[in-house]
Every structure is written in C-alpha cells, then in structure tokens.
Design a protein around this ligand. Structure first.
Ligand code: SAM
Ligand code: SF4
Length: 345
C-alpha cells in the first residue's frame, strides 16, 4: 500500500545548487520508470533490458528526492521516463508534490508523455496542479506513427491531447526531427499545433544508445528544416529563451510559437539549468556524459537528508560545461550507451 505522501515533511530550504560555472540549477527532470508502452525507433531498441522492479525508486523515495532538490532551489519539476503514465502510483506522486506548488516552494510541476494514457489521467493531473504537459508527437500519419513507435496508435495520442486541453492544461508538442518524416510533414504539423493553440518544438536526434536503426540515416538538421519552413511561413525570432535549450520563433501567419532544440548543429549548454534523476536513483548532471551519482544506495542504507544533500551538492559541483555530441561529417556515432528513456528525457 502507498504511504500517504501528503503527510511528508514540508520542504526546508538549504543552500541553492550552483555549479562551478556559476549556473544555478533550478530544473529537475525526474524519471519514474524506464519502461514504456512504445518503442520509438530513435529512442529504444526493440528488445530493451529494463530495470527490475526492486531497482526502481519507490514512489516515497521519488517524493523524498524531489523535495530535497526543491529545498535547494529547484523551481521546475518535470516527471518523465520512459513513459511516466505507465508507472503505478504516479498520480499519488503528483498529488504529493502539488503541496510544494501550494506552499510556493515549487513554481511548476509538469510531465512529458507520449500521450497514450493521457486521456485517462488528464483530470487527475490537472487536479494535482499540473498546468502544462509536453506530448511527443512526430507525425500525424497513423501508419507512419505506428512505424516510428513500433506499433503505437495515433488516435489514442490525439484523444489524450484533446483531454488534456479539455482539463484546462496547456499542451506543448515535441517532435523529433526525422529525415523522411518531419521534412515531409512539417507544414502540416505547424498547422495542426498552432490551429489548436499549441507550441511545437522540434528536436534534433541525439546519439543516445543503440536502437537498431542508423542514426545518421534518421538525422535531420534543424538548420535545413528551418530553411524549408521559411519557404511557407514567416518566422520572427523571440528573444526570451526561458532558460531552456529551445530557441523560439513566432510564426507570423498563425501567431503560434515554434521551438528549435539543436544539440547537434548549435550547442546550447552555456546556461544549462537542469539535472536529471533516473528511475533507479542515479543523478546525471549532463545528458551527454556517462558519469552519475547514485542516490538510491545511500537512501536505502539510512542516509540522512544532510548526507543526501552532500551527495547532490558534490555531483552538481562537477556538472560538466556541456555535452560533446557531434556530427563527424554527416555521420553521427553513438555517443552514450545509455538510452534517453533510461536517463529521463
Ligand atoms: N515517453 C515520454 C515521451 O515520449 O514523451 C517521455 C520520455 S521520452 C524519452 C522524452 C523525449 O525524449 C521525447 O520527446 C522523445 O521524443 C525524446 N527522445 C527520445 N530519444 C531521443 C533521442 N535519441 N534524441 C532526441 N530526443 C529523443
Ligand atoms: Fe517511449 Fe518516449 Fe522513448 Fe518513445 S520516446 S520509446 S514514448 S520513452
């Protein structure tokens, strides 16, 4: 049985997390599972090895860790995975953490989802204080969707998006730029997103883990895609970057926003404000590096909050300046063994 997380101690504030490059860490992406009900071709291989259940942080452990980060100045918390909405107890976690929204220690509680189970959870999420969700959607073509996700049903995702909007949440769409997909559909995707009041963010694929597909073949640089977009739409750059990796442009014809996340063609690490904790309790301070710090083991051997704060502070002090993903000519070598779904996208 799940413990009543609403009775957990309030957040007590301690020193903010600042790395050796003077970047203040204010954003945590917390993965609640490495499992998923899809197998997107740029994210996972067909036969993935997942953590065994006892390896995953419990909902109580996730809650405790989130609060430790909030105490150190994390203001934005994104629940992710794998697919967060397949994790049992995830709504209890949202409900508990919504207390931090109410007491002002947290500014934003949000999630990234593939949308398949969003229709089912939309009302609960909204009731827990979630105001915005990111939904990953790479194509509007049902057959192509099934191919990219290895079997997913597009209509479920569309239902999920509609349910989230009906529940009062703002939806942002994320599309990974894929050659032979996004270049064919980009105008339709913009029309779809902006026609429903959603920002669309395009993301370059990153070389994280083997997927059984050639990443070089899949890769579509956003520099080229932006030129294609410019043939049909008028883009005006938006100065405010809200501290994230996306650079935004307004599409004059729709009034909507288009985001560009370009880890390969244009680095963005200089003002990185985020860290990630995996579902197994590893803290990674950079998506592009292998070294992480285990927080689960000390938690399970009785470490005090002070001891955990020390471990977190030590990891942040060593946050690398940036990732070193690169295209070698047009070739993209796999950089890390770890899949995006394992780290928490
Ligand atoms: N399952 C949820 C989803 O798909 O939104 C959350 C986890 S998923 C790992 C988070 C984001 O990472 C998704 O938007 C997905 O498209 C993106 N992603 C996965 N693998 C990637 C890769 N190799 N390069 C760039 N983005 C990737
Ligand atoms: Fe699952 Fe998200 Fe990875 Fe797709 S991108 S396989 S939905 S974790």
């Amino acid at each position: 049985m799940l413990m009543d997380l609403r009775r957990t101690a309030p957040v007590v504030s301690v020193a903010p997390l600042v790395d050796s490059f003077e970047r203040q860490i204010s954003y945590l992406r917390l993965s609640v599972t490495d499992r998923c009900n899809l197998r997107c071709v740029y994210c996972m291989s067909e036969n993935m090895q997942f953590h065994s259940r006892p390896d995953l942080l419990t909902i109580e452990e996730l809650d405790r860790l989130a609060r430790l980060f909030i105490a150190r100045g994390v203001k934005k918390l994104r629940i992710t995975g794998g697919e967060p909405l397949v994790r049992k107890g995830v709504i209890e976690l949202f409900r508990s953490l919504s207390g931090c929204l109410k007491d002002g220690s947290l500014r934003e509680l949000t999630l990234t989802t593939n949308g398949l189970r969003l229709a089912h959870f939309a009302q609960d999420l909204a009731a827990a204080g979630v105001r915005r969700v990111n939904v990953s959607l790479d194509t509007l073509d049902p057959q192509r969707f099934a191919q990219i996700t290895r079997g997913g049903a597009l209509d479920k995702v569309l239902e999920g998006i509609a349910a989230a909007q009906d529940a009062g949440m703002a939806v942002k769409l994320n599309a990974v730029a894929l050659r032979g997909v996004t270049d064919l559909e980009i105008h339709e995707l913009i029309g779809f997103a902006h026609g429903r009041g959603m920002t669309l963010t395009l993301i370059e694929t990153m070389p994280l883990g083997e997927t059984g597909f050639d990443r070089t073949e899949q890769f579509l640089g956003l520099d080229a895609l932006r030129r294609e977009i410019g043939r049909r739409w008028t883009l005006s750059d938006v100065a405010d970057r809200s501290g994230g990796p996306a650079r935004y442009a307004r599409v004059e014809q729709t009034g909507g926003l288009l985001g560009f996340i370009t880890p390969l063609t244009q680095h963005f690490c200089g003002d990185c404000n985020r860290v990630r904790v995996t579902a197994a309790g590893m803290l990674y301070t950079c998506l592009g590096h292998e070294d992480g710090v285990d927080l689960r083991e000390p938690m399970r051997t009785g470490a005090s909050d002070a001891r955990l704060h020390q471990a977190i502070g030590g990891a942040i002090a060593h946050k690398p300046e940036g990732h070193d993903f690169s295209l070698q000519g047009r070739v993209m070598p796999v950089k890390l063994v770890r899949h995006m779904s394992a780290t928490g996208g």
